[in-house]
Design a protein around this ligand. Structure first.
Ligand code: C2E
Ligand code: MG
Ligand code: MG
Ligand code: MG
Length: 291
């Protein structure tokens, strides 16, 4: 009995491993083609000012328009891209696509700030920083339009080097954010010495901050620490009005989440951004009229 169970388990583990290897190989091959055929697109998720709900910009999130599988999210392929050495190519594709989009928006008088996610291998490239300056200057996009997001664990892998690599970007006005803050077991003393401007509070805490006492304390503590250390804060994954109220009350500055908008194609984000400005202008006119 025990023996057959054991071997059954082994078989399961083996086929599971094999299935994973198959998936990986399939994704790798298809992803190479996808990059050549421009099947990857960038979606934009609104980031808002929590005080008045105004759109300040967006986070750029890559999607794969797969010829047979439809819209595929990054959780399905970013890890493979990292493992098989395609992430640098993917990353520069995303960056160029965002820069081109920002340039097009700039020509229409629209200046949203856009945050781009960066993987470990990308920011460890010797020309990471100059590559970003290059793309921005070639497309005529101001450095202040761009935010770079690194997860805590990536930033902490080699903090001294991270600080050295990122310093010129920050000095030039690119905003630097720590993504998924609170999930990486960081040494707080070290992380606060890195040149970051923004802490993004991980969705796992935000989504529980109303229901669960421990998450509430974590969020409140991060917000208070951020205020005292001079960081801006972005809450990830805000889905309810109660969460919005809680975050606002505890001093969070910015937020993103389904409550304000899902990641959407560029034209849709553009329309929402313009609509937002129209509402702002109308409010302003009403205020002026009422004095
Ligand atoms: P992330 O940077 O933490 O991005 C936030 C994720 O949370 C996005 O998932 C977004 O769709 C999701 N999200 C936002 N608001 C809500 C909400 O209210 N509810 C729920 N349930 N989810 C919400 P997505 O687009 O699937 O991206 C997953 C991760 O993939 C990102 O996490 C990021 O780490 C990575 N990623 C995405 N695009 C890129 C990229 O261009 N380069 C790299 N290196 N990584 C990327
Ligand atoms: Mg991010
Ligand atoms: Mg995040
Ligand atoms: Mg996250």
């Amino acid at each position: 009995e025990a023996r057959s169970q054991g071997s059954g388990h082994f078989c399961f583990a083996r086929s599971d491993l094999a299935a994973r290897a198959d998936r990986r190989l399939a994704i790798e091959q298809e992803l190479r083609l996808a990059l050549e055929r421009n099947e990857l697109v960038v979606f934009y998720q609104p980031q808002v000012d929590l005080r008045d709900g105004a759109f300040i910009g967006a986070e750029a999130l890559v999607r794969w328009i797969h010829p047979s599988r439809g819209l595929v999210g990054p959780m399905e392929f970013i890890d493979v891209a990292e493992d098989v050495g395609l992430i640098d190519q993917l990353g520069s594709y995303v960056l160029q696509s965002v820069a081109a989009q920002l340039a097009a928006w700039g020509r229409k008088g629209l200046y949203p700030k856009v945050a781009v996610n960066v993987s470990a291998s990308q920011c460890m490239q010797p020309d990471f920083c100059s590559g970003i300056f290059d793309v921005l200057s070639k497309s005529g996009v101001p450095t202040t339009s761009l935010q770079i997001e690194l997860t805590e664990s990536v930033a902490m892998r080699d903090p001294v080097r991270t600080a050295r690599e990122l310093a010129p970007l920050r000095a030039a006005g690119v905003r630097l954010a720590i993504d998924d803050f609170g999930t990486g077991y960081s040494n707080l003393a070290t992380i606060t010495r890195l040149p970051f401007d923004v802490l993004k509070i991980d969705r796992s805490f935000v989504s529980e901050c109303v229901r669960d006492g421990a998450s509430r304390v974590v969020v409140a503590t991060i917000l208070s620490m951020a205020q005292n250390l001079g960081y801006q804060t972005v809450a990830e994954g805000v889905e309810t009005e109660l969460q919005r109220e809680f975050l606002l009350r505890y001093g969070c500055t910015f937020a993103q989440g389904y409550l304000f908008g899902k990641p959407m194609p560029a034209p849709e984000f553009e329309a929402a951004f313009i609509e937002q400005r129209r509402i702002d202008a109308r409010d302003l006119q009403e205020q002026v009229r009422s004095v």
